[in-house]
Design a binder for this molecule. Structure first.
Ligand SMILES: O=C(O)[C@@H](CO)OP(=O)(O)O
Length: 207
């Protein structure tokens, strides 16, 4: 068995998730429930017998706090995560701060779904998932993957769409199949990688 372990966790519920607002690069805090979700993720990862050697997170508070809560819960509060905005949420541009139901009322369900989940339709002034892949994937390949392949059990706490960008590659999604890939807040996905960086085994703790 290899030690090439990569764990992805979407941050716990944020204030803007709760208010149903497009968030993107805006920086709301975790809610009480979000804090609980992050702690629970730490408990579950510890129960899986995991110990991390490296951690990466975005430049946004909700992902950083989720990372710290997970590591504290695992008794690994001394592990300092690497923070980089390459892991930030997709930039929602002009939609940032708008209510998602109001947006559906204004532009229609189908258009809003395309902005939220399609591969290549950018929201006005913002990033498509393809644009998000273009900034997260180089960081993954240059920084995160070498850490995993060196045998560091590696935690990444980030965001719904920046993680969908990585999952697209890890789980070999097409631009069509990625439309349906949703990520729950605070639910770890544990990947064991082969030496060629493909996925040997996946354990989705949300499933
Ligand atoms: O608002 C956002 O930034 C994201 C994640 O919460 O939302 P969505 O699920 O609509 O892409």
């Amino acid at each position: 068995m290899s030690d090439r372990i990569l764990v992805l966790v979407r941050h716990g519920q944020s204030e803007w998730n709760l208010k149903n607002l497009f968030t993107g690069w805006r920086d709301p805090a975790l809610t009480e429930q979000g804090v609980m979700e992050a702690k629970r993720a730490g408990v579950r990862l510890k129960a899986e017998g995991l110990v991390f050697d490296a951690a990466f997170t975005s430049a946004l508070t909700r992902a950083q706090n989720t990372c710290a809560l997970i590591l504290n819960e695992m008794g690994q509060g001394a592990l300092e995560p690497v923070k980089n905005q390459a892991l930030n949420e997709r930039d929602y541009g002009d939609l940032s701060g708008l209510n998602k139901d109001d947006a559906r009322g204004k532009w229609g369900e189908a258009q809003v779904h395309l902005w939220r989940r399609s591969y290549d339709v950018p929201p006005p002034g913002g990033e498509s998932l393809r644009d998000t892949v273009a900034r997260t994937l180089p960081y993954y390949v240059q920084e995160i993957l070498p850490s995993v392949l060196r045998g560091n059990r590696t935690l990444v706490t980030a965001h719904g769409n920046s993680l969908r960008a990585l999952i697209m590659v890890l789980e070999k999604h097409t631009p069509e199949s990625i439309l349906k890939r949703e990520l729950a807040t605070g639910s770890p996905i544990i990947y064991r990688l082969n030496a060629d960086s493909t996925v040997e085994q996946k354990l989705d703790l949300a499933a």
